[in-house]
Design a protein around this ligand. Structure first.
Ligand code: ADP
Length: 291
C-alpha cells in the first residue's frame, strides 16, 4: 500500500560519546558511556512527519545487523512504514559523534547501506496515491535526481532539503515544488533569497533558526517569525523536523505558506527537548495552547 508521503533519505545509528577533549593523531582518550540514538536525515524527516499524523513511508536502506534491526523497529514504533527500507549487504550507516564539555560535536559519518539506495529502488516504486515525495541527501545524489524526476513526471509534489548544498542539474531544480535550505546554504546558492526561484523551484523556504523561515513565492517573500520557546535545549534535527512537518501538511493538501506556518511550530517544539527524533512533537502537542 503506497503512502501519501514518501521520504527518501538516510537512516543512521548515531553513536554519541562525551569526551573531556578530542584525541590527536595516534592518541587515545577515554570517554563516557556510548549512547545509541536513531538518526539520519531521511529517518528524522519521516519520524517528524509521522509524529504529526502523516501516513508516511521511508525509502532507504539498512544493514543486516543489530543497528539495522534497532533502527527499523524504532522507525516502526514512531509510525513510519518501513516496507520500502531495503536490507543491504553493507553495514547500517553510522554517525560517530564525540561531544566535548563546551557542547561542540565532531562527527564522522560512515554511510554504509545508505550508499546503496539506488535508482533501481526508485524504479520499483509506485507513485499511485502518493501526494508528496521529500528527499534529503546522505544518499547517492543520482538516486535523488532520479526520484525527483520520476515523482514529478507522475504528478507528485516534490520537496528537497538541500543540506549540505550539492550541485544539481537545472532540470531537477525546475522539477521541485519546494526547495528547503538554511540561511548558510541559501547564501551559497544565491545572492538574494528571491533569486532562489531563478534556479528553478516553484517555491523555496529558507530556515532562519530562531527567526523562523522565509517562504519565497513567485509573488514575493513571506517571512514567518519563529515561535519563541522558554528554553532551547538542543537544536539537533530542527531542520529535519521542519522538513518532515512541512511535507506532512503538504501531503494533506495545505498550501506552501500554511504548511510552513505549521512546521515552524513543530520545529520550535523540537528544540525544547534533547536529541533529534526523541524531541519531535505529536500533533496534539503542536495544537496545545502552549505551542
Ligand atoms: P538547520 O538546523 O537545518 O540549520 P535552522 O537552524 O534554520 O535549520 O532550524 C530549522 C527551523 O527550526 C527554523 O526555521 C525554526 O523554525 C526552528 N528553530 C531552530 N532554532 C530555533 C529556536 N532557537 N527557537 C525556535 N525555533 C527554532
Amino acid at each position: 500500500m503506497t503512502k501519501p508521503l514518501l521520504v527518501l533519505g538516510s537512516a543512521n545509528a548515531d553513536l554519541v560519546v562525551e569526551v573531556g577533549r578530542r584525541p590527536g593523531g595516534g592518541e587515545t582518550v577515554l570517554g563516557g558511556d556510548t549512547v545509541v540514538l536513531p538518526g539520519g536525515k531521511g529517518a528524522n524527516t519521516a519520524v517528524a512527519a509521522a509524529r504529526v499524523g502523516a501516513s508516511v513511508a521511508l525509502v532507504g536502506a539498512l544493514g543486516d545487523d543489530g543497528y539495522g534491526s534497532l533502527l527499523r523497529s524504532s522507525l516502526e514504533d514512531s509510525g513510519v512504514d518501513t516496507a520500502l527500507v531495503k536490507t543491504s549487504q553493507r553495514p547500517t550507516g553510522i554517525a560517530y559523534i564525540t561531544v566535548t564539555p563546551d557542547g561542540e560535536n565532531s562527527i564522522v559519518v560512515s554511510p554504509g547501506a545508505n550508499a546503496d539506495v539506488a535508482e533501481s529502488d526508485v524504479d520499483a516504486l509506485s507513485f499511485d496515491g502518493v501526494q508528496v515525495l521529500t528527499c534529503s541527501l546522505e544518499v547517492p545524489l543520482e538516486t535523488v535526481i532520479h526520484a525527483i524526476d520520476a515523482a514529478s513526471k507522475a504528478g507528485v509534489k516534490t520537496v528537497l532539503n538541500l543540506s549540505p548544498v550539492a550541485e544539481l542539474p537545472a532540470e531537477t531544480l525546475k522539477q521541485l515544488t519546494t526547495l528547503i535550505v538554511n540561511e548558510h546554504e541559501a547564501a551559497q546558492l544565491a545572492s538574494d533569497w528571491r533569486h532562489l526561484l531563478r534556479l528553478g523551484p516553484h517555491t523555496a523556504i529558507v530556515t532562519l533558526g530562531e527567526r523562523g523561515v522565509a517562504v519565497v513565492l513567485p509573488a514575493g517573500v513571506k517571512e514567518i517569525p519563529g515561535v519563541k520557546v522558554d528554553k532551547v535545549v538542543d537544536t539537533t534535527g530542527a531542520g529535519d523536523a521542519f522538513a518532515g512537518a512541512f511535507s506532512a501538511r503538504l501531503a494533506e493538501g495545505d498550501r506552501v505558506v500554511v504548511a510552513a506556518e505549521y512546521a515552524v511550530k513543530v520545529a520550535a517544539l523540537s528544540v525544547t527537548k534533547a536529541g533529534a527524533q526523541p524531541s519531535y512533537p505529536t500533533a496534539a502537542e503542536v495544537s496545545s495552547p502552549v505551542a
